[in-house]
Write a protein that binds this ligand. Sequence first.
Ligand code: AMP
Length: 287
Amino acid sequence: MLVIHTIAELRAHLDEHRQNRRKISLVPTMGFLHQGHMALAQKAREESDVVVLSIFVNPIQFGVNEDLDVYPRDLPHDIALCKENGVDIIFAPSVAEIYPEPIMTSVEVQSLSNILIGRHRPNHFRGVTTIVAKLLNIVEPDKIIFGEKDYQQLIIVRRMIRDLSYKAEVVGVPIVREEDGLACSSRNARLTKEDRAAAVILSQSLKKAQKRILEGEKDVSTIRQLIEDNIKSEARAKIQSIDICHATKLDTLDRIDNQPIVILLAVAFGDVVLIDQQLVTPNEKAL
Ligand code: AMP
């Protein structure tokens, strides 16, 4: 496995792979890797001949009061995990390599970027789509792999790739969870022991809501209230948002009919904001 820090060196290696007609997958991450990221790497391994995993904590997707400075980092640990999981190339550029001068150009998927999470994080998705566009231009992958954990991000990137005619195909990977149900996240490492134990309330609330929908509940406000009451039963949890939306269009809904829906949660524990989501197809059989 190679660890590459510059765009020029990465391009030279990838040109050689392309000349040999090898298919390339890209897994973009911000590092401090865990089993969720490794599920993406394994999917990339299945889908292609060369797996590139990028590690870059992208400053332009963080707001001024967000956790850029305290975002966890551990490159030696990330390298060890990638070696065990079939990654061929780690691309870990510096901020100066990616942004040698302040960036004047950005890519933004309108409408989808200022709703849901974008309401609380105004420039976040513009930062995400700009770095993903840059990574697509640097790596020119055949496939790009994203987790369904960051659900809105996945939908936005799919749209950007369609709108801008990138050749890469987007592959989504279901959420990987810890044994107690908490979605794996680099941010979990910043939770206190008490908050870590309390954070299981997210996945528990989602499961309860999913069950009620599959049993036939159609009213979105009833489902939202159920989730809210559940999360509020955990005093350490501070709800930022609960959204119940159409699973592909992301419109908020009043009623659940037969459309596939997604429930999106953002909940803070201390200064750590966790997100989680559950996809529900209402005409699935009740659990
Ligand atoms: P991040 O390093 O948090 O920016 O995440 C990089 C990629 O890994 C994104 O596509 C995430 O959606 C995905 N990812 C993060 N956590 C998980 C998880 N628990 N399960 C599946 N994918 C995940």
